[in-house]
Design a protein around this ligand. Structure first.
Ligand SMILES: CC(=O)SCCNC(=O)CCNC(=O)[C@H](O)C(C)(C)COP(=O)(O)OP(=O)(O)OC[C@H]1O[C@@H](n2cnc3c(N)ncnc32)[C@H](O)[C@@H]1OP(=O)(O)O
Ligand SMILES: CC(=O)C(=O)O
Length: 546
């Protein structure tokens, strides 16, 4: 059977940025675009050029992608030509090969929101799309509020689609803008459009796209319903980011289309099998950018998506993973977790330790202890998914393989905000750390950014880091090249109390990277724990020498 090609259109950088609390920097947009390109989507909607400086800067140096880079905008306003509409001009000036314009298709919105006549709106759609096509670009038309408009006046909603089609739009994208249309209704409307029973001419499925919102938690189901009925483009976002409750989640849709029937047999997409293995990484990368905790129960890519906790599940999984898994987690770059206190949990743990260069024989009682410590600590707010170095230290400790290179006797950190003699606000931090080395000698490291030309220093955590690494005597050479590359803070639950969790990423002069975690009600102390783990991990790995 010949497969139908489905087009995947990503709008993470535009509709995703309409999520409350999300504001990508230009650099972040570039990184996300690269990830999307590697994944194999067909279109990347980079934003709305001219609407804000970040989006404009993104298009000023748009990344070279295999996917078609697309600028988003709206149809021209009434009373001016497409050539003279400044908002449309900014969109066109981004010089992207494709342009997607949102336009009204619901008479209620035409009269209420735009305050123009339905005919004027039809002309705005027609002229705007024709303008894009005349400039040699591919035109997409996002039919805003299409399903609601269709319910009120199907003739007018389809006339809007027709105006865009007549003007040369490649894709007519049916938007469930308010997210209230259920999948069965979406299928019914798409069916009618393709069959030509909707009041006007028939629209081929190869020209129809679907853009759903998740206001009833059915954006993915709505997209699949449209595809079932014949639509050939799906618009969505990574992790379902988007206005209000979000958009259709491509991270759930892509593996469904590739791995599940009837989609796998009927359709093909631009996502290759090996790119699918990058899906979990792509999802986590976005969470990293947003400083969000990855949603554990996210379909396919969540840390719990293939976690088998119940005893019956875990024991069967060891015999054959297919017993409790709908797909092999490796296909989407995820992995199986069998948590805690059973034989399978130990196998899992031994694998993690081997990766860290620590070989432990089967049935070593320390394995159970490590599992218990991990469980207790995670209950107190720690997380070891992202802090492999701290996990390794914990495991080494339980196994009696942890070398004690030094002990911290005390630290002290002061941050001060004051006015200097010129009346300017100055913020300064200083820290002192005293350690005892193995030979009993004491060392004290001190740091204050005395030579700062700026009026604000890098804060108490940086001062502590500099003081901790300022004087470790003979151990100094082993830690000199360590650099702190990222610092993430989160308030989380430790038992019944809110605590601060800090995760810090490090890199050394060889490019090796590692991450550590610290937890405390006190943010400075949580940070100190993570800093200390970083130095200890490096010393364990290097045996205390450079
Ligand atoms: C369904 C969606 O998600 S569509 C995407 C929505 N995204 C955004 O709005 C984010 C980016 N938007 C912006 O930065 C701004 O709204 C801009 C720069 C585009 C426009 O800003 P402003 O000129 O200040 O207009 P403002 O945002 O107040 O209002 C939008 C105007 O566009 C008009 N408009 C809205 N949709 C359309 C359309 N499809 N075609 C033509 N005009 C439209 C409105 O009637 C309103 O005009 P009015 O000011 O004469 O009443
Ligand atoms: C265009 C768009 O984002 C919507 O109608 O939801």
């Amino acid at each position: 059977m010949t497969k139908t090609r489905l087009s995947l259109y990503d709008t993470t950088l535009r509709d995703g940025q309409q999520t409350q609390g999300v504001q990508f920097s230009t650099e972040e947009k570039h990184a996300i675009a690269q990830t999307l390109d590697q994944l194999g989507v067909d279109y990347i909607e980079g934003g709305w050029p001219g609407a804000n400086p970040t989006d404009s800067a993104f298009f000023d140096a748009a990344p070279k992608t295999r996917a078609t880079m697309t600028a988003f905008g709206m149809t021209k306003r009434a009373g001016r030509s497409a050539e003279n509409d400044d908002v449309l001009a900014a969109v066109m000036n981004a010089n992207t090969p494709a342009v997607c314009l949102v336009g009204k298709t619901n008479t209620f919105h035409v009269t209420e929101a735009l305050g123009i006549t339905p005919d004027e709106n039809l002309e705005n759609i027609r002229a705007s799309v024709a303008h894009i096509v005349a400039k040699g670009r591919e035109a997409l038309f996002d039919a805003e509020h299409f399903f609601d408009g269709y319910a009120i006046d199907p003739g007018y909603a389809t006339a809007c689609l027709d105006a865009a089609r007549e003007a040369g739009a490649r894709w007519l994208v049916l938007c469930d803008t308010n997210g209230g249309t259920l999948p069965a209704r979406i299928a019914e409307v798409v069916d009618a459009l393709i069959a030509g029973t909707a009041g006007t001419k028939a629209f081929p499925g190869t020209q129809l796209g679907i853009h759903t919102h998740n206001d009833t938690e059915q954006a993915v189901a709505g997209s699949l319903a449209a595809v079932d009925a014949g639509a050939c483009q799906i618009q969505g976002t990574l992790n379902g980011l988007g206005e209000r409750c979000g958009n259709a989640n491509l991270i759930a849709l892509i593996p469904t289309l590739l791995l599940k029937e009837p989609y796998a047999s009927r359709f093909e997409t631009g996502v290759a099998e090996d790119a699918l293995e990058g899906l979990t990484r792509a999802s986590r990368q976005l969470d990293e950018v947003l400083n969000r905790v990855p949603q554990k129960q996210a379909a396919y890519v969540g840390a719990s998506a293939f976690a088998h906790k119940a005893g019956l599940h875990a024991s069967a999984i060891v015999k054959n993973p297919a017993t409790y898994e709908h797909i092999d987690p490796a296909r989407v770059g995820n992995s199986r977790i069998i948590p805690m206190s059973n034989q399978a949990g130990q196998s899992n743990l031994r694998r993690r330790l081997t990766e860290a260069g620590v070989e432990v024989e089967k049935d070593n009682p320390a394995l159970l202890r490590i599992l218990q410590v991990v469980k207790d600590r995670e209950d107190r707010g720690y997380t070891y998914d992202m802090a492999q170095a701290s996990f390794e230290l914990l495991a080494r400790d339980e196994l009696g393989l942890l070398s004690q290179f030094f002990e911290v006797e005390r630290y002290r950190v002061i941050s001060e905000r004051r006015r200097n003699a010129r009346g300017q606000v100055v913020v300064e931090s200083e820290a002192v750390v005293t350690v005892q080395l193995q030979d009993g000698s004491k060392r004290t490291g001190y740091y204050k950014n005395e030579h700062a030309t700026d009026l604000h220093d890098d804060g108490p955590v940086n001062a502590l880091w500099q003081a901790l690494r300022a004087d470790l005597g003979p151990l100094q050479a082993a830690i000199d090249g360590i650099r702190l590359t990222d610092f993430k803070v989160r308030i989380t639950n430790g038992g019944t109390e809110a605590v601060t969790r800090v995760i810090i990423d490090f890199e050394d002069e060889t490019g090796r990277t590692w991450s550590t975690v610290g937890v405390s009600p006190n943010i400075v102390d949580a940070s100190f724990e993570a800093l200390l783990d970083a130095i200890n991990w490096r010393l364990q790995r290097n045996g205390g020498s450079a």
